[in-house]
Structure formats: structure tokens, C-alpha cells
Design a binder for this molecule. Structure first.
Ligand code: NAP
Ligand code: GDD
Length: 323
């Protein structure tokens, strides 16, 4: 089997590539051109995957990549994925995160409509939540240009399934984290800064809204759900979540506790980090995924916080030894 991943250099792309390689897949990755290569997340598997230079902003390059590799499955993960940037760059976010999905689907339709397609939809689509917990049937009310673009991506996926009979599945994934998470996302910002403070290299942690609540899981668990969705008889949409919600404050408290520190002595609230419109609370019901895919998360909230803090402490200690 051959699987192609857009966004292979991102957090999820790297875990998914490893997961598929372990299952004997030949893996192709779509990477956009850059003046410097950013392959750190896939360093360990770089020689086991085939890289194609393409951009989700460019239809021709997407078609060429698919034509060359001829995958059986396409996992479309590439996006502008940082919510605050979507207010600063709303048009680019619409192009990449929204219309990029149409370009990926069009490439499938034109090259080989039997390619199975996975769309990385998001719990950000629920935004101002209309129901607690959120399920596949909960109406969307996005609260950021990113969320709006993801709603478009979700519905165009459903539309290509209904219009052309493409096996297109949309995974509505709640927040998932790992030591490979980008440094600007709140969990990694916390784990990295806590590690620095523990090692005497930083004095404070500046955060925005401490009351925001998220349903946080481990990225390694979530990529398995993506794959399971494409192994079913019928393409459907699934919520992937832990069913637990925790505040940013709780995440910070737990992370400082891991290194034996009191969070209240180090966390500074910075109003500049508040968002123009906030998603106050997310909590998903993954009952359908449990029942139909046999999927359940394996890493708990406490385990996630601990593994992220431990990884950042170890990485910083390694950097010290090397310098
Ligand atoms: P990420 O770490 O930000 O990775 C995004 C990937 O997209 C990177 O590989 C990036 O490449 C690539 N990309 C961005 N613009 C591109 C373009 N124009 N052409 C080609 N590639 C481009 O995101 P992630 O956390 O792995 O998330 C993966 C997907 O799941 C995203 O669509 C995200 O919106 C969605 N999602 C994530 C979560 C979550 O909690 N992580 C939850 C729900 C949905 P560079 O390396 O060149 O930047
Ligand atoms: N990034 C960040 N930085 N967030 C902060 C901070 C801070 O200093 N302080 C508080 N927060 C709050 C944000 O206001 C938000 O409510 C919450 O922490 C989580 O923010 P992020 O970690 O940036 O993630 P997100 O929930 O906005 O978006 C992530 O999850 C989505 C799924 O729900 C991204 O991965 C999206 O791509 C993904 O779709």
C-alpha cells in the first residue's frame, strides 16, 4: 500500500508517517519549497519516505505529486494551523486551510478518484459550542478565520463524497499534543518554558486566557484514528476526543508540579495574548469512533503533561551538554 501525506513535516504528519511505515506502507510526503529545509520532526525516517515538492496553494503541483506517486490513500493534513495567525493572515488562512482542501480533492478527482481521502477537520469548528459534549451532529459556530476555513474544508469533503462518490472521510479531531507540538501552541509553550524555568534559564511564563478549556489528547493516539477511518467499508465523519476537558490553568499547574514548582509564582497573565473571539470550552464525545472504529485514547491528561515536560527538560539538558 502507498500513502501520501500533505503536511508530513508537521506534528501529526510525522507521527502518521511513522505509524504507516510500521504497517508496511510506502509513504510519500508533500513538502512546500523553502530556502531552508525543516525536516527535524521526520529526521529519523527521512530515508524511508519519498518527498515530493508541492504546495497546497498550487493545483498543478498537487496533481503532479499524486500522478507520480499514485497513492492508495491521501491524508490531507497541510494547513495554516495556528489560530491567532488566522486573524493576522485571514486570506492566506482561507487559501491554505480552506481552499487547499479543494485543491487536494480536485487532484484526487483528476488523477484517480479511487484514492481514499482523509481531511483533517477540527474541533475549532464547534467554536461557540451549541451542545456539550460535541458530537458529529453538533452544529458548527466557528470563532476564528481558521475555524471558518476548517468548516469550508469539512463541507467540501462531504460534497466531493456526495458529488463524485470519492471515499472522503473527515476526522473532527480535538486538540492533540506531543513533544513535537509547535512551540507557539499553549501546551508546548508551557512545557518548554517550565523546563527552562526548572533549569534556571527563564523566570516567568506569560500566558493569555487561563480559563479556556480544551479536550487534550496525545497526537500519537490520534493518527491511528485517521488511518482507521480509511479502513472502513464506508467513508464517514468521526469526532476524535478524550471526553475530558481541562483549563489552561490546570495544564500549567500540573506542568509546574512535575518539576516541583508552584505555578502561581511564575505565570504572568498578559492581556495581549487574549484572542478577539475565544473558544471557551471544548469537550468531545468520541462514542461513534469507539463503536465503529474500535478507537480509544491511550494516554491520559496527566501522562500527556508529564511526557511533554520530561521531553523538554531532557532536550534542554542535551543542548547544554552539546554546547
Ligand atoms: P502543524 O504542525 O502546524 O503542521 C502543518 C503542516 O502543514 C506542516 O507540515 C506545514 O509545512 C504544512 N503546510 C502549511 N502550509 C502549506 C502549504 N501551503 N503547502 C504545503 N504544506 C503546507 O499542524 P498539526 O498539528 O500537525 O495538524 C495537522 C492538521 O490537523 C492541520 O490541518 C491542523 O489544522 C489539523 N488539526 C490539528 C489539531 C491539533 O490539535 N494538532 C486538531 C484538529 C485539526 P511546513 O513545515 O513547511 O510549515
Ligand atoms: N497559543 C496560546 N498561547 N494559547 C494560549 C495562551 C498562549 O500564551 N494563553 C492562553 N491560551 C489559550 C488560547 O486562548 C486557547 O483558548 C487555548 O489556550 C489553546 O490554544 P492553542 O494551544 O493555540 O490551540 P487552539 O485550541 O487555539 O487550536 C489548536 O487546536 C485546534 C483543535 O481544537 C490548533 O492545533 C488548531 O490547529 C486545532 O484545529
Amino acid at each position: 500500500m502507498r500513502a501520501m501525506i500533505t503536511g508530513i513535516t508537521g506534528q501529526d504528519g510525522s507521527y502518521l508517517a511513522e505509524f504507516l511505515l510500521e504497517r508496511g506502507y510506502e509513504v510519500g510526503g508533500v513538502v512546500r519549497r523553502s530556502s531552508s529545509e525543516r525536516f527535524d520532526r521526520i529526521d529519523a525516517i527521512r530515508d524511508s519516505v519519498t518527498i515530493f515538492q508541492a504546495d497546497i496553494h498550487d493545483q498543478t503541483s498537487m496533481i503532479s505529486a499524486l500522478r507520480e506517486f499514485r497513492p492508495h490513500e491521501l491524508y490531507h493534513l497541510a494547513a495554516q494551523s495556528f489560530v491567532p495567525t488566522s486573524w493576522a493572515q485571514p486570506v492566506l488562512t482561507g487559501e491554505f486551510t480552506g481552499l487547499g482542501v479543494t485543491r487536494a480533492l480536485e487532484a484526487v478527482r483528476q488523477v484517480d478518484p479511487s484514492i481514499k481521502f482523509y481531511q483533517a477537520s477540527s474541533s475549532e469548528m464547534f467554536g461557540k459550542v451549541q451542545e456539550i459534549p460535541q458530537t458529529e451532529r453538533t452544529p458548527f459556530w466557528p470563532r476564528s478565520p481558521y475555524g471558518v476555513a476548517k468548516v469550508y474544508g469539512h463541507w467540501i469533503t462531504v460534497n466531493y463524497r456526495e458529488s463524485y462518490g470519492i471515499f472522503a472521510a473527515s476526522g473532527i479531531l480535538f486538540n492533540h499534543e506531543s513533544p513535537r507540538r509547535g512551540l507557539e501552541f499553549v501546551t508546548r509553550k508551557i512545557s518548554r518554558t517550565v523546563a527552562k524555568i526548572a533549569l534556571g534559564r527563564a523566570e516567568e511564563l506569560r500566558l493569555g486566557n487561563l480559563d479556556a478549556r480544551r479536550d487534550w489528547g496525545f497526537a500519537g493516539d490520534y493518527v491511528k484514528a485517521m488511518w482507521l477511518m480509511l479502513q472502513q467499508d464506508k467513508p464517514e465523519d468521526y469526532v476524535i476526543a478524550t471526553g475530558e476537558t481541562h483549563s489552561v490553568r490546570e495544564f500549567a499547574e500540573r506542568a509546574f508540579a512535575r518539576v516541583g514548582l508552584d505555578w502561581e509564582k511564575y505565570v504572568v497573565v498578559d492581556p495581549a495574548l487574549y484572542r478577539p473571539a475565544e473558544v471557551d470550552q471544548l469537550i468531545g464525545d468520541a462514542g461513534k469512533a469507539r463503536e465503529k472504529l474500535g478507537w480509544t485514547p491511550e494516554v491520559s491528561f496527566d501522562e500527556l503533561v508529564n511526557l511533554m515536560v520530561d521531553a523538554d527538560v531532557a532536550a534542554l539538558e542535551r543542548e547544554t551538554c552539546e554546547s
